[in-house]
Design a protein around this ligand. Structure first.
Ligand SMILES: C[S@@+](CC[C@H](N)C(=O)[O-])C[C@H]1O[C@@H](n2cnc3c(N)ncnc32)[C@H](O)[C@@H]1O
Length: 382
């Protein structure tokens, strides 16, 4: 570790280092070039657990009328999981209607849409093998209306709405995630006031998302919202963020990262409990009650493929590689943008993740990871 960033340190909370180019977004997206696709098997497991609700939603879509039936997925990333979900919806939908179908994959304009478009045309052919299906992509924040009024029949979002719409505070000095460290490792703090601020923002974000989708959906249209979060016994943040926090602090201690840069750095992501997901449906305070009826909601936990592999083969090195690549895919952009601009910034980021691998290999029991999620299926009221 060298003293790379001493001269160009960020002033505390300096927004120049943390602003993103898109309104109502706090990340530029996942690590691209196929990296997110290659490291998102746990997210697929969390999606798989709500596929029965997706089937139920498709079976009950309002399909009378003319023109295209539209399916839209928000926060699609590079598309592997998003396209798998869309394929499942189409399989159930096409026998139910003669109408053409438009599929829309949406994400931030800074997302790797090149990879998404390639995924939509593997080998030069449409991934959805029906001449009635027309695929497309739209860039924008999911917290804004992105599609024409009353044009969408089914809207979905998976593992995405936990990325907050804004940074409500400049500094989170004691830890790198609003939910705070795990109870296993007493390695930092987030004040109760700050936790409350993020909880309210997270509830308000659901309301923002619901208001935008309410404009786009046809009456009777369905909305499936699923995201990583917390159950009574597990939080998706535990393990991964303790490890990233420890890895970053290693470079603060060595002098590579100034302390005030660390204090201004946090991942603007929130792990909701189920009541924080559904609050906007029932509570008038968030300005979205009355738009949707609630068909189902649940908090649940899924098995994590890289944990299962490690349990069966005991290969700590491979486990560390899989585990770190998994969280690198969704933390790297924010981490990089939080560090002062410097020619060696990309290299430093790689060294932070390499250090995380070393720490995990050395102490795998310090960072147990579990995947918890919350979800709800809604119907747009008439
Ligand atoms: C963890 S990925 C989930 C990808 C895919 N849905 C899945 O489940 O595998 C989260 C996605 O949400 C996107 N995202 C974050 N904030 C967003 C926003 N405000 N509007 C739209 N997409 C956003 C990110 O760019 C990223 O592609």
């Amino acid at each position: 570790m060298g003293n790379h960033f001493k001269e160009k340190s960020a002033s505390p909370g300096d927004k120049a280092f943390i602003e993103t180019p898109v309104a109502h977004a706090t990340t530029t997206g996942m690590t691209g070039g196929g990296f997110y696709d290659a490291n998102s098997a746990p997210q697929w497991k969390a999606i798989e657990a709500v596929l029965p609700w997706l089937d139920e939603a498709v079976a009950n879509l309002p399909l009378s009328g003319i023109g295209p039936v539209t399916l839209a997925d928000f926060g699609c990333s590079e598309g592997r999981n998003s396209i798998a979900v869309m394929s499942r919806s189409l399989e159930n939908l096409l026998p139910l209607t003669d109408r053409p179908v438009q599929t829309i994959h949406s994400d931030l304009p800074t997302n790797d849409f090149s990879k998404l478009f390639l995924n939509l045309r593997p080998g030069g052919h449409p991934v959805y093998q029906s001449d009635r299906v027309y695929s497309s992509a739209v860039g924008g924040s999911m917290f804004d209306q992105l599609l024409p009024p009353a044009s969408v029949h089914l809207a979905t979002t998976f593992n995405a709405i936990g990325f907050l719409s804004s940074r409500p505070i400049k500094n989170l000095p004691g830890y790198i995630l609003p939910n705070g460290p795990s109870t296993l490792n007493d390695i930092g703090y987030v004040s109760e006031d700050d936790k409350q601020t993020f909880s309210e923002l997270a509830k308000g974000d659901v309301a923002r998302f619901l208001r935008a989708r309410a404009k786009e959906l046809v009456p009777g249209g369905k909305l499936l919202v699923q995201v990583f979060g917390s159950t009574d016994t597990a939080r998706t943040c535990d393990g991964i963020y303790d490890l990233l926090n420890d890895a970053v602090l290693g470079f603060v201690e060595s002098g590579d990262i100034p302390r005030d840069t660390y204090e201004a750095y946090y991942q603007p992501v929130y792990m909701r409990q189920l009541d924080e997901l559904t609050a906007a449906i029932s509570d008038d305070a968030y300005g979205a009650s009355g738009l949707f009826s609630l068909d189902h909601s649940k908090a649940y936990e899924v098995a994590v493929p890289f944990n299962q592999k490690y349990q069966s083969d005991g290969d700590t090195k491979q486990y560390a590689r899989n585990y770190v690549n998994f969280f690198r895919a969704f933390t790297e952009a924010v981490l990089q943008n939080s560090l002062p601009e410097h020619p060696d910034r990309v290299d430093l980021v790689s060294r932070i993740y390499a250090h995380a691998e070393e720490l995990l290999e050395r102490s795998p029991d310090r960072y147990p990871f579990r995947y918890a999620a919350v979800a709800m299926l809604l119907t747009r009221k008439e």
